[in-house]
Design a protein around this ligand. Sequence first.
Ligand SMILES: Nc1ncnc2c1ncn2[C@@H]1O[C@H](COP(=O)(O)OP(=O)(O)OP(=O)(O)O)[C@@H](O)[C@H]1O
Ligand SMILES: [Mg+2]
Length: 293
Amino acid sequence: MNRPARDAAPLLSVENLTVRYQLGRGLTGRARTLTAVRDVGFTIGGGRTLGLVGESGSGKSSIGRAVLRLAPVTGGRIVFDGQDTAAFGRRTPLSFHRDVQVVFQDPMSSLNPRQTIATTIAQAVTRHRRLSAAERDREVLGALDRVGLSGYHRDRYPHELSGGQRQRVAIARALAPRPRLIVCDEPVSALDVSTQSQVVNLLMELQRELGVSYLFIAHDLEIVRHISDEIGVLHHGRLVESGPADQVYRHPSDPYTKALLASTLVANPVRQAARTARRRASAGTGIAPGGGL
Ligand SMILES: Nc1ncnc2c1ncn2[C@@H]1O[C@H](COP(=O)(O)OP(=O)(O)OP(=O)(O)O)[C@@H](O)[C@H]1O
Ligand SMILES: [Mg+2]
């Protein structure tokens, strides 16, 4: 991939981020904490994608939530569009709520089951803009069209759609306020393999069209590599490797990244064969790692 940066100044800059949760008092009465993220740094430029990978519990969602101001930033800083977000204090400005959106793994739980798709998207469209009823309806149809849905889906409820269609609705809702950054936290992990690639391709198309940036979180390095310009690999809350997507994928330098590559579960038999070769290589059988997948 290795596309040149479209924007010199980063849109998001995460510097020495530490996220520590307070766990309450233990049996001894001492306050306990859990450090989920330690000293993590990365940047995302306008119209670019940073992929974060790592096993369960490695701190991926904590980073995403810290960016969204939903997890405690105990150390370091998060600078969005030149502004240190710590300066917001308790009152996050409306402009930040509009500019930074999120798509979660499970659209069934993130969409209101009692609302039609049109109502859900209309709320997102009108949250930050004053629109007439006719303008709002036009925006809703435009938002559905952009993610490959039609007027037919407008009056459906979430349970009447497929998993992929529901995730398209979640993407349309995230895009409705015209954000500059979307935190995508495992947005395709709950979908079957063919639907995963459709949704990933849709996200990439939307990025080309709208110039939105993504912090794309997943545990599957294959998917992350496909969508990302840069990749960061997390292990126990630390960034053990980062760099251009192809470089990290083809020439991983950290032993954990190599192990992650070897263990990624993929249904595609061509990829499976390449993975087996890589696994043999990392086991020291002399077969070169990497491969054009
Ligand atoms: N609100 C919280 N309070 C206390 N501990 C938390 C909280 N949220 C996450 N943790 C802990 O922080 C660590 C990192 O969790 P996080 O959800 O960031 O991992 P993850 O990489 O997203 O994992 P997964 O792939 O399973 O989603 C875990 O040990 C988790 O138990
Ligand atoms: Mg997570």
